[in-house]
Design a protein around this ligand. Structure first.
Ligand SMILES: O=c1ccn([C@@H]2O[C@H](COP(=O)(O)O)[C@@H](O)[C@H]2O)c(=O)[nH]1
Length: 236
């Protein structure tokens, strides 16, 4: 039995049965499953127990909270009883908002999303974020960590720079991961799983390349094996 790989499989499924089936297939190979807006808004808190099952897999609740501090703090308190390992907020909500989430979630690591991986440099310019995405990602990271965030979500292309900004104690989580040759779909700032780990990512979020495969369990196992070749289990 090998140690589960540092992968959070995004269970972006249209129904609970599919999500629970995917979770069952991938949990022998990965450390974490991720519940996002699609499942949570359709099924509510019960979805967490359904995907957690009896396996003890970590659950990452990706709600990307973004509102005034009072509202985000209350929302974070409302889901604290579900005991997710991670809960996401948008760093762009500012330091008081991130701090409100942290203070409301003693048993959960607040992960601040720096810049969505679906945004290209041109998209970012259009919404007023000038310059290379890595500069904005570093700024967002510094603000969120200064406000108490224990984890950050960033592109694998920016993970080394974000690490240099925030140091070794912060968990860096990278969506926008695509095996070599896979379609990027709606992701823009992407890299391979091997690149993400080599650049210092602690946890890779991977959805469709696994859940869209004919055998999600085998797809997860193959990516996990590729990661072990880059960073054998137990190495820092
Ligand atoms: O910047 C971000 C933040 C979160 N996500 C989420 O990760 C998964 C990625 O799924 P794929 O199928 O591997 O594209 C998805 O649930 C997003 O909501 C992100 O992609 N980028």
């Amino acid at each position: 039995m090998t140690t589960p790989a540092p992968i959070a499989v995004a269970l972006d499924a249209p129904d609970l049965e599919t999500a629970a089936r995917w979770a069952g297939l991938v949990t022998p190979h990965v450390s974490t499953v991720k519940v996002g807006l699609e499942l949570y808004l359709r099924y509510g808190p019960d979805v967490i127990a359904s995907v957690r099952g009896a396996s003890g897999v970590q659950v990452f609740l990706d709600l990307k909270l973004h509102d005034i501090p009072n509202t985000v703090g209350a929302a974070a308190r409302a889901v604290a009883r579900l005991k997710p390992t991670y809960l996401t907020v948008h760093a762009a909500g500012g330091p008081a908002m991130v701090r409100a989430a942290v203070e409301a979630s003693p048993g959960t690591r607040i992960a601040a999303v720096t810049l969505l991986t679906s945004l290209s440099e041109a998209d970012l310019r259009e919404v007023g974020i000038q310059g290379p995405p890595v500069d904005a990602a570093r700024r967002m990271a510094a603000v969120a960590v200064g406000a108490g965030a224990q984890a950050l979500v960033c592109s694998p292309r920016e993970v080394a720079a974000v690490r240099a900004e925030v140091g070794p104690e912060i968990t860096l989580i990278t969506p926008g991961v695509r095996p070599a040759g896979a379609e990027t779909q709606d992701q823009a700032r992407v890299a391979t799983p091997e690149h993400a780990v080599a650049q210092g990512a602690d946890l890779l979020v991977i959805g469709r390349p696994i859940t869209g495969a004919p055998d999600p369990g085998a797809a997860a196992a193959a990516i996990a094996a590729a990661l072990r070749r880059v960073r054998p289990v137990g190495t820092p």
